[in-house]
Ligand binder design. Sequence first.
Ligand code: F6P
Length: 344
Amino acid sequence: MAHIAILTGGGDCPGLNAVIRAVVRRADGHGHTVIGFRNGWAGALEGDAVELTPQSTAGILPRGGTILGTSRTNPYAEPDGGERVRRTLGVEHVEALIAIGGEDTLGVARRLGGEGVNVIGVPKTIDNDLNGTDFTFGFQTAVQIATDAIDRLHTTAESHHRVIVLEVMGRHTGWIATYSGMAGGADAILVPERPFDIDEVCDRLRRRHAAGRTFSIVVVAEGAQPAQGGGLTVSKVGSTDQFGHTRLGGIAVTLEGEIERRTGFESRMTILGHVQRGGTPTAYDRVLATRFGVAAVDAVTRGDFGRMVALHGSAIVPVELDEALREPKLLDPELYETAEVFFG
Ligand code: F6P
């Protein structure tokens, strides 16, 4: 029997509540007790915790967001942050900590693990950029939302004979852009892993229109960058968080203007933003999140710490947190080459 704490850190993500429910239910079945820290690492720093029971977590499976709240707080941004978290764990008599998050949240978990805390990670992010797992939960839902958006944008693009640029999230990877672009039949997909040449993009659109099509859809990942010397500059907008990440977004504004100026085709852009992280998770993500939650508690029961539960093929397996956090998982080049077959 163990007293387990869980927390959800970083951006909210469809499926977080499904993991919380699964952890609590499996823990209950194994005779463990569970508390949740509110607002990610902020709750662990401040000792802000709530008891979680099968009753208090009933009915949350299909709900988006996280009942625990989240934040981008980095305890190690403060000199005594690690010590304060460990103190909270001591005060709360926590024997195992399940951290649900992406590279930042899991990076903190790994560091705490190095300081003697029993940690287990659960891979969450719509970006799908974590190594060690084939997929993170939340990604599939974001892809579905973006695909629905492309389907809807198609009708306006077609009716008005426009180029429509859709900007999707993904941080420094093009997973969401490529999957949704492929599913939605995009005519060009621009991703961070392949700096783009704006002249080439415009040529492609011109060729398509010369061949009789009167509209085009361009999907661009928020982190996409023009190739050096391509005559296009994109200004960085946002502020920087406690993990050193700059807020991305807005490249679609530049592209809308440049495409219209260079081709003469009327252009519009849509930035999908947090719509991609909102609402109810798809069935796939509910199942994946549930399997991750159950596997995380099973790891606690075995005493198998310092690991992240991961999807390998169709199996859930534990992997070292070190492996998961080695570097961001970039887009599979073969996938992008398949998408390219349908460009222009
Ligand atoms: O990591 C998930 C994500 O949605 C990224 O795709 C995006 O760049 C970032 O979070 C946005 O963060 P915030 O919600 O803090 O603006």
